[in-house]
Write a protein that binds this ligand. Sequence first.
Ligand SMILES: NC(=O)c1ccc[n+]([C@@H]2O[C@H](COP(=O)([O-])OP(=O)(O)OC[C@H]3O[C@@H](n4cnc5c(N)ncnc54)[C@H](O)[C@@H]3O)[C@@H](O)[C@H]2O)c1
Length: 339
Amino acid sequence: MKKILVTGGAGYIGSHTIIDLIESGHQVVSVDNFINSNAQSYDRITEITGQTIQQYAIDLCDRQKLEQVFRENDFSSVIHFAALKSVGDSVSDPLHYYHNNLLGLINLLYLQKQYQVHHLIFSSSCSVYGNAESLPVTERTPLKEAESPYAQTKQVCEQIIFDFLKVNPTFKSVILRYFNPAGAHSSNLMGESPHNIANNLVPIITETAMGKRDALSVFGSDYPTRDGTCVRDYIHIMDLAAAHTGSVQFLLDNKARDAGTIINLGSGTGSTVLEVIHAFEKVSGNKLNYSLTNRRPGDVVAVYADYTKANKLIGWTPQRNLDDIMLSAWRWEQKRSAT
Ligand SMILES: NC(=O)c1ccc[n+]([C@@H]2O[C@H](COP(=O)([O-])OP(=O)(O)OC[C@H]3O[C@@H](n4cnc5c(N)ncnc54)[C@H](O)[C@@H]3O)[C@@H](O)[C@H]2O)c1
């Protein structure tokens, strides 16, 4: 059986996806330089699945080293998660973001071409829609000017893939635009545990409840939304993982009509920051210490997905709701804080 190369497999979405891939019968190889993760992720995958992960501690920006991975393995597909993902950091250090996120993809595509690995699943983001004109966002919603260098790297990466596909007609790609992945695996053995400081709302909520942070700042309470706080679409990490397995299968079964297929992955429901906080308070029984503060540069007002296309093409429907996300995230936070 040909293997699947997962880049960024020690990271949050990559590690959960590897579990789903293994449980669906695939063989996986991971490449990760642990810039925002550590090798414990692999131990947790082994604990959950009973399988040891073949992995390389390599920076994707090092094409020579990356070539070793392609030389030593026979891949059917690549799932490319590895990227830097903090909107705020990308504003303060744009060159690091452009270098890492663009060069990683370019090196992969060179090697996919050289070694004839025809399928690429790419992690994109709803941030490419910027302040979308209409909601819910479909894949046809026009892209707006990127609000941050991070979002810009995703727009440019998508463009690089489409340009590559134009001149390499035997290659196919699925570009997955995630909305807000959150929550943890049901075993409580794995969840979001960033190496760098957490930037996403859900881990910030659980870290605050755990006492790791004094208080949570809600950035902006004067947006034109139902309670003045930003609206986002939260999608459970295991639902997201399943969509990757579905996308790989879609390509392996030759079901893709277009060279590049863009798919939104969200729950279809928008939640305000205050609604997420209240969902947490409900499922955990804890009161959260939070305060309303000024708007933050780079944030869009509201964004949530229409996932009809994901349902039609890869048969995907989210199975879990916001309460499931908050409960699993809270259990994981308690578990990781105790170890
Ligand atoms: N988590 C989100 O909210 C979110 C939302 C939309 C899109 N995405 C995208 O999904 C992908 C995965 O996100 P995540 O939340 O799992 O992030 P993560 O930081 O947990 O995982 C990314 C992994 O890639 C690795 N990595 C980064 N650059 C690398 C390089 N040059 N070489 C080798 N390894 C490298 C990191 O060490 C990390 O383990 C990213 O492309 C991200 O931009 C994430």
